[in-house]
Each structure stands twice: as structure tokens, then as C-alpha cells.
Design a protein around this ligand. Sequence first.
Ligand code: URA
Length: 210
Amino acid sequence: MSHVYASSHPLVAHKISILRNKNTKSKQIRELMHEIGQLLAYEATADLSLKTAEPQQSPLRTYSSVELAPKIGLVPILRSGISFVNALQELIPTARILHLGIFREKISLQPVEYYNKLPSEPNVDQVIVLEPMIATGGTAIAAVSILKDWGIKSKIKFITAVASRQGLNNLHKKYPDVEVFVGVIDEILDDHGYIVPGLGDAGDRLFDTP
Ligand code: URA
């Protein structure tokens, strides 16, 4: 899985350990997700290209300034992807937020699109999909298919806290060019589509719903 970048950062590993704990409360889950999102974003944005901007004046002299070349779209997958939005927006304030609502049907585990805030024409050059959990990979595959149909030609990146090995394999088989920046990979996916040990239902834990 050459396009999967599992973080080796000790802060990510420490934060995910706390995130997994069933006694960690919703407020801290949100804070941890925010912090993990920023650490993964640092890795996921390392290859962004720069362009020369207008020379500017420091207090001492003129300097040549640069700015991000591509227009970035952040694509949070509702609900849990919302937890990464502020984290990424703080780092890339010019990013456009393109919400996608996709839920997994409970029995079949098949993805169902229920909300799509993509404008009719692509207005970004690159997208980063914000999806805290990749379990079966079905939702991730659906999101990539929607984005490619929309007209995204450049490589699509995911920022994900916890993924199952099987889900990453499924995504890679269908879309080998997609890059996933993931906090940790778990080996087990149970019959209900939960990642084990995982962290439970990310949306429920983030938003304190039963
Ligand atoms: N989505 C979650 O929130 N948790 C899982 O374990 C799998 C999918």
C-alpha cells in the first residue's frame, strides 16, 4: 500500500491511545481529534507547491514572498469529518469547505449519499478528504467517485485518524492513486463494520449522541 502514510509521530500515537479509551469524554475527544487532524495535516501538506508572490518589505529590506499555488478544497464527510475542519482551516485559511454527507446503511454497510455541497463546476485544484475513520472503505470509495465525477483530476488525499487494514486495501484496489495519511491502522474489522480496537462510533463520541 504505497499510498498509505501511517504516522510514526509519537504525539499522534499518544493522542490516539487516549482517543480509544472508552472513558474519554466528548469534549476531550473533540480536542484530540483537532490536534490529531493538525499533526496529520502537517504530513499531508508537505508536498504542496508554492508560487512566487509580490515582493514584500520586512522591517529590514525587501524580500521575495511565496504563497500556496493550488486552491485547496477540504471535504469533510459528515458527521465525524466536521471534527477536522477547524484544524485544517486554521492551517489553510484560504481552503474551501465542500461538505459531503454519506452514511453507511446499517445492514448492508453500503454508502448512501444524502448531502452534497459541491458547486456545479470544480472551484479547487486539489482536495483533502476529512474522514476520521476508514472501516470497510465503502464511504471513502464513494467520496472519491463523487469527487472524480465532479472533475477533480489531481491526486486526492485523505486525513484519517484510525483505519482498518481491509478498508485501506479496498480503497487502494479501487483507487490506487489516492493517498491516505492515517494516524493508526487496526487489523480487525468486525461483522458490524466496526474497527477493532478502534474507538467506537466516532460521530457518537464526538457529538455525545447515544
Ligand atoms: N465508523 C466509526 O465511527 N467507527 C468504526 O469503528 C467504523 C466506522
